[in-house]
Ligand binder design. Structure first.
Ligand code: FAD
Length: 441
């Protein structure tokens, strides 16, 4: 019997496991993939969002340790706005292995939680699907860090899904009118002549409306630029339009385009796109839909690569070096917890007695529909922040189960803000410490 089983080795799950293990809990971390990091590494979601208030980083603890470790080897940098969250996803994967092992966490890869046993309002054991059959694991306490609230849903914790705020108990009951945020499939292109590319972008975006540059002390070019179709016209639009006319890319490929350079991956660029567009609204909990999304996404990426090579200075000799092995899912299930965090709480910078995380990232919704392609960006609170309460991680159904990460108890709009990686690190660490205190005193 373990003290703690954490299901899901993304940012939130790793933070939970490390914190609890360091406080002496025997901790098993179960992960269906063969690496840690979840969206951060498998989804190639780099960089982490800046989470500052009054020029101070609201996220510290294990998150800072991770980024400081990566910085020592040039695999993360502090951007000019103070954000330390620009990182190399490959090295992040390896570092998370090391940090978990050094903290005493037992990692189990290639293991998918598929069922639960409950009794007396508690989870007693979980069953997992593995290559050697079904395995059963028991613990005093469980944490669901699956991003999709898989464990909680299996244990009968009610949930919400997508834009509808209806309380549900089964995937089948997800209403036809509920919509999820856009799915994305991120990718990396290598062998880009960064100097030529950035000089060219500096020329065409001379007012720096959409671009940002920074040269680090160790000579790395850090750079990002973006293009949101319909939001504002800028010089890169003409290249997209020309590529559409030449049938190199489709109209909807141009809906959202964003790129970042990667610390430690000289001459590579990570793309926060394409957004996946389909004739129907895609449900991230339905494998038929996620299969479609990945097939569509990989076609979009090949179109993008052809477009960049033909039109973007510096991309002539570039090639696709990685397509995210994990589909970019921004939201799916959200548990019904003891407290549901709302957009009103976020806009009012609400504080709570038991604060699991502090954030001032705004409401940020990426729409799936092609006729409504703009982000809906809620108010950002530069000098203040809101808190995520412990009660959004707890539920009334199963008393030895906490939920951490992007699937905690919140409304659709609130989730679009709290989902960023710094918040997942904070709430994971908080949950690990909270559980250790309960078990070890
Ligand atoms: C396209 C996109 C762009 C984004 N951009 C940014 C950004 O710029 N900056 C930022 O900070 N955030 C961004 N985010 C948000 C952020 O990356 C995620 O919300 C965050 O990483 C989620 O962390 P998590 O730990 O909750 O879940 P995840 O990282 O999804 O981790 C969940 C883990 O659980 C595992 N798992 C799932 N089910 C099971 C199961 N049944 N059994 C065993 N294991 C299981 C998964 O394999 C995974 O490793 C973006 C997200 C997306 C999709």
């Amino acid at each position: 019997m373990w003290d703690l089983i954490v299901v899901g080795g993304g940012s939130a799950g790793v933070a939970t496991a490390i914190a609890a293990a360091r406080k002496g809990c025997s901790t098993l971390l179960i992960e269906k993939m063969n690496f840690l990091g979840g969206q951060a590494t498998g989804g190639l979601v780099t960089p982490m969002m800046r989470n500052f208030s009054n020029s101070k980083n609201l996220t510290n603890g294990i998150y800072s340790e991770v980024l400081e470790q990566l910085q020592k080897t040039g695999n993360s940098i502090v951007y000019k706005d103070g954000n330390p969250g620009w990182f190399n996803p490959i090295y992040m994967k390896c570092l998370l292995d090391d940090m978990c092992i050094d903290s005493g966490v037992k990692i189990l890869f290639d293991t998918t939680v598929a069922g639960v046993a409950t009794g007396n309002e508690s989870l007693t054991s979980i069953t997992c699907s593995t290559k050697s059959g079904i395995k059963k694991y028991s613990a005093k306490c469980f944490v669901d860090a699956t991003g999709d609230a898989d464990l909680a849903a299996m244990a009968g914790v009610p949930f919400r899904a997508g834009t509808s705020e209806e309380i549900l108990t089964s995937i089948e009951s997800i209403g036809k009118n509920s919509q999820f945020q856009a799915l994305s499939l991120r990718f990396i292109m290598a062998n880009v002549d960064l100097l030529s590319f950035t000089s060219w972008i500096k020329e065409i975006d001379h007012e720096m409306k959409m671009s940002s540059f920074y040269n680090t002390d160790d000579g790395q070019i850090m750079f990002s630029t973006a293009h949101v179709h319909g939001k504002c016209e800028w010089e890169l639009s003409s290249y997209f339009k020309q590529a559409i006319r030449e049938n190199i890319i489709e109209d909807f490929d141009a809906a959202y385009f964003q790129l970042f350079t990667i610390p430690g991956q000289k001459n590579s660029i990570a793309f926060n796109c394409p957004r996946i567009h389909n004739y129907k609204r895609l449900n991230p909990l339905d494998p038929e839909d996620t299969s479609q999304a990945q097939l569509i996404g990989r076609r979009q990426i090949r179109r993008f690569a052809t477009f960049f090579k033909k039109f973007f200075i510096g991309f002539e000799e570039s090639y696709i070096s990685e397509i995210a092995p994990v589909l970019g899912v921004r939201d799916s299930r959200r548990i019904l917890g003891k407290y549901t965090l709302t957009e009103e709480d976020i806009i009012a910078n609400k504080k709570f007695p038991n604060c699991a995380a502090k954030s001032n990232y705004p409401i940020d919704i990426h729409s799936q529909s092609s006729d409504d392609i703009d982000d809906e960006l809620g108010t950002s609170q530069k000098d203040d922040y809101y808190e995520i309460p412990l009660e959004s991680l707890l539920n009334d159904k199963i008393n030895n189960l906490l939920v951490v990460g992007r699937c905690i108890s919140s409304t659709f709009k609130a989730q679009s803000s709290l989902r960023i990686q710094p918040n997942c690190w904070q709430m994971g660490e908080y949950a690990g410490n909270y559980i250790a205190k309960k078990i070890k005193g």
